[in-house]
Design a protein around this ligand. Structure first.
Ligand code: FAD
Ligand code: SF4
Length: 518
């Protein structure tokens, strides 16, 4: 029988599934216990997509099996254990009472609120503990805060260059590989009328017995949560994440650069790597991914445009987003620079809309728990921004429906990059466009009853109508922003009649949305 005396209790949260993380440093397998718990709270605070719940639980259970096979002692509560209090802090308290550890060892949680709750609980309980730095990122919270000090603007690009130099990634001594820091301009291709040629299929895994059991459990426990589980095939172990990376390098990376921003009807994944969830629960580390991709470039398997385009997402955006989250939390959650106040339209939960682009992106999200970056930013995010949806509602939607959603990465992307609630701390201007952008980047409009060129007449594209309506409503607020100058100059060309017609059409569409008739 397993001894229950416990020297240190090592806390492993659902997004900390890697023994290279600092809480594992110095663990004595005979004396210490690893603590992990599944709680319904995680799926009900906001009712989350079933795929997300299955992903976390399946990855946790596989990690537990791995730990036990390595000889660790694991105190693990399953979702359906009869004593489970279904609340994270109550479960930890129960383990503290039972095991009476001398010390609790943990790393900084990824989410601001969880960090506060944990500190409060451990202090209240009088429990000695050691909260270590999270060593799973390439830039620590303190290093980012130092970088930010004294800078008026915190744009990703300059941070990214520092990271390239620091980690000597795609560098020739002090100069960027191929003489250029950023190949973004080559990352904006779209498909011609015939669409993408044979798309790669990789990183898909038939659910094993552990995942199948979790699928059944989630279906039974949260039957009314959003999303379907019909296609669950995500990498849930390190071995699967690594295989996905290797297959992506062979099959996806060569075209990733060109078609990074492209969209196509009924094609959810195109050339994207599908690695975000595995990275976020830490099955695989960012440096391993970056180095493998750089190595592929050195071996001539991918162009500089594709390689730099991919590495920028992880070494640049992902680290920058995390730094920004910790710099501006908890204030970020309360900001609303554009005073957005519309409710989130019901179509975000059903995909039931005449707007083909939205029905595709929401439909695919409900089906897979996945949409790629431009679908999130320039379709679902854009529509919410143009319409003026309350920040808290759209934030909760993104947190609920994506399999890779964890607050430190979701919140800055949604509230900062997409909804501009911070008035420009993250993005230099609101990402606003008419339906013509969607037409350029996809074939969605060719299957839609609306016309992306039209803003006020019958059949006007709601994106185009709301784009002009957005500029009209925020003209004064946006005037001081130099980067909006061109768009506002075009607005000035509209006469009074045009302006009134746009506002009328926007109101008509707002009413239709409320009735579920758009
Ligand atoms: P790929 O396109 O193959 O990109 C490779 C990797 O780069 C991703 O796996 C991811 O780790 C990283 N990456 C790319 N873009 C970003 C970014 N903007 N911020 C941080 N990392 C990035 N990503 C999440 O991981 N979780 C979220 O909850 C999340 N919410 C988002 C909300 C909005 C409104 C927007 C616009 C973006 C959001 N993103 C989020 C970023 C991005 O959309 C996803 O990381 C990406 O679509 C995941 O798919 P992939 O793994 O196939 O990525
Ligand atoms: Fe979307 Fe407008 Fe294009 Fe229809 S016409 S698919 S609503 S952008």
């Amino acid at each position: 029988m397993m001894a229950t005396t416990c020297r240190n209790l090592i806390v492993v949260l659902g997004d900390q599934l890697n023994t290279k993380l600092a809480m594992f440093d110095g663990v004595d397998k005979q004396k210490d216990f690893i603590w992990m718990a599944e709680v319904t709270e995680e799926s009900t605070k906001i009712p989350v997509h079933k795929v997300r719940s299955v992903y976390f639980l399946s990855a946790m259970r596989h990690f537990k099996e791995h730990l036990e096979s390595e000889g660790y002692r694991v105190h693990y509560t399953k979702l359906d254990d009869k004593d489970n209090e279904q609340c994270f802090s109550k479960e930890l308290e129960r383990a503290l009472k039972k095991l009476e550890p001398e010390k609790v060892i943990l790393i900084e949680p990824g989410e601001w609120q969880i960090k506060q709750d944990l500190i409060k609980l451990l202090d209240h309980y009088g429990q000695p503990y050691e909260m270590r730095k999270d060593n799973g990122f390439l830039c620590s919270i303190e290093e980012f805060a130092d970088y930010a000090k004294g800078r008026k603007q915190l744009r990703m690009e300059f941070f990214y260059r520092e990271m390239r130099k620091r980690y000597q990634v795609l560098m020739k001594e002090d100069e960027p590989e191929a003489g250029q820091w950023n190949f973004d301009k080559s990352n904006r291709g779209s498909f011609d009328k015939s669409g993408p040629e044979k798309l790669p299929v990789f990183g898909r895994y038939e659910p094993d017995s552990v995942t199948r059991e979790v699928i059944e459990l989630i279906e039974q426990t949260f039957p009314d949560n959003p999303g379907s589980l019909g296609h669950f095939d995500w990498p849930v172990t390190y071995a699967q994440a690594r295989k996905t990376l290797d297959q992506f390098i062979e099959a996806g990376l060569p075209d990733f650069g060109t078609y990074q921003d492209a969209m196509w009807t009924n094609e959810a994944f195109l050339y994207h790597s599908r690695l975000s969830a595995a990275l976020n629960v830490r099955l695989i580390g960012p440096l391993e991914v970056i180095q493998a991709v750089e190595e592929a470039y050195k071996q001539g398997k991918a162009s500089i445009e594709a390689t730099e385009g991919y590495i920028r997402q992880i070494l640049g955006w992902r680290e920058y987003i995390r730094g920004m989250y910790w710099l501006f939390m908890p204030e970020w959650k309360a900001w609303n620079a554009l005073e957005a106040k519309e409710p989130l339209p019901e179509l975000y939960w059903t995909g039931d809309t005449k707007m083909h682009c939205l029905s595709q992106c929401v439909g695919q999200t409900l089906e897979y728990g996945y949409a790629h970056h431009i679908q999130r930013l320039m379709v679902t995010g854009l529509f919410s921004l143009l319409l003026g949806v309350k920040p808290q509602e759209i934030h909760e939607w993104y947190l609920a429906v994506y399999l890779d959603a964890v607050e430190w990465v979701e919140l800055p992307n949604t509230l900062g990059m997409s909804q501009f609630v911070d008035g420009g701390k993250l993005a230099s201007k609101p990402y606003v466009a008419t339906g013509n952008y969607i037409k350029k980047m996809s074939n969605y409009c060719s299957k839609c009853e609306f016309d992306p060129k039209e803003s006020k007449k019958e059949g006007a594209c709601p994106f185009t109508t709301f784009y002009w309506d957005f500029l009209l409503r925020h003209e004064e607020t946006l005037k001081p922003n130099n980067r909006m100058r061109l768009q506002l100059r075009n607005l000035e060309r509209l006469n009074t009649g045009d302006r009134a017609a746009i506002s009328r059409k926007a109101n008509e569409y707002r009413e239709a949305l409320q009735k579920g008739a758009l």
